[in-house]
Design a protein around this ligand. Structure first.
Ligand SMILES: [Zn+2]
Length: 295
């Protein structure tokens, strides 16, 4: 196992215990210019397709939250069949080529989410819901292990997905679609997952049209699972972007909101594919944006 699981205990605002676990369902490597683009749009796509270099192995984090109101699983990670020769046989040659050359995975069976819940002593039946940040394969390919668990998806993301592969969903997959029609601070599309309003799904678009992040407000800190908003938090600080966004304009707007939110609050920032996020969770280290975005 390349990336060790990490757990940390916090207190809710009401003083109860709250545990957060990060487990990596294998690892992924992407073209270096897929991760760090110097252009946008079509030019960025051409640049990473021509790129011959790959990044080092990156984690595929799934976050598990043990909250007084229930156990919540954020994203489901990848599964070990991803390296089967015929995994993308349903797709067109172009889609198959893209998904097997622009990024590569290594996932062992014991790294899948169901196996990694065992040492945490969390039976799947005890999980209140799975919450998906978006519909990309490395976030949904573990859904097969949650056949009887409610799965929450932003209705807008479901209706206008970007780069998803529905053929990989479990047969009969029917998520519970939630409308993000509440306001949370500067996020005008939000949905409260808990009655205590301390776990909130917020729309952070750009990577996909309606990509989401999950924010947990604890007694002292805010834990922000940013999913694929960026590859690492430094990109948000430095205003650097990946090469594969649905909309660069939305990505810029999301970065600005995140910088403001992280200026205003003590935020432990956790992107899906940043190894260092595990240490930050353990040590409660906050992201430091350079200056007050509002000036
Ligand atoms: Zn993604």
């Amino acid at each position: 196992m390349m990336f060790k699981p990490q757990s940390a205990e916090f207190r809710t605002i009401g003083g109860q215990s709250l545990k957060v676990h990060l487990v990596s369902t294998g690892a992924v490597t992407v073209k270096t210019k897929f991760r760090d683009a110097s252009t946008t749009g079509l030019l960025a796509k051409i640049a990473f397709m021509l790129d011959r270099k790959y990044t080092g192995w990156l984690p595929i984090w799934v976050m598990i939250i043990e909250h007084p109101e229930g156990i919540f699983v954020i994203d489901t990670g990848e599964n070990s069949n991803i390296s089967d020769r015929d995994y993308f046989n349903f797709a067109s040659p172009m889609v198959k080529w893209f998904n097997t050359t622009q990024y590569k995975f290594t996932v062992e069976r014991e790294e899948e989410i169901d196996r990694q819940l065992q040492p945490l002593r969390i039976p799947v039946e005890k999980i209140s819901s799975v919450i998906l940040t978006h519909l990309h394969l490395d976030h949904v390919d573990g859904l097969r292990h949650f056949t009887n668990t409610p799965v929450l998806v932003n209705k807008a993301e479901w209706e206008k997905p970007f780069g998803d592969l529905p053929q990989l969903y479990p047969p009969g997959f029917k998520p519970h679609l939630v409308e993000l029609n509440e306001q949370y601070e500067m996020f005008d599309k939000a949905f409260y997952i808990t009655n205590a309003k301390d776990i909130v799904l917020v729309e952070t678009p750009g990577h996909t049209w309606h990509h989401c992040s999950v924010i947990i407000k604890t007694e002292r800190s805010h834990i922000l699972f940013g999913a694929d908003v960026c590859y690492d938090q430094q990109q948000v600080i430095d205003k650097k972007y990946s090469g594969a966004n649905a909309s660069h304009k939305l990505a810029k707007d999301t970065y600005a909101k995140l910088r403001t939110y992280c200026w205003d609050n003590p935020v432990i920032f956790i992107p899906s594919h940043e190894a260092a996020a595990a240490d930050r969770l353990r040590e409660s280290r906050y992201i430091k944006v350079k200056s007050a975005p509002r000036g």
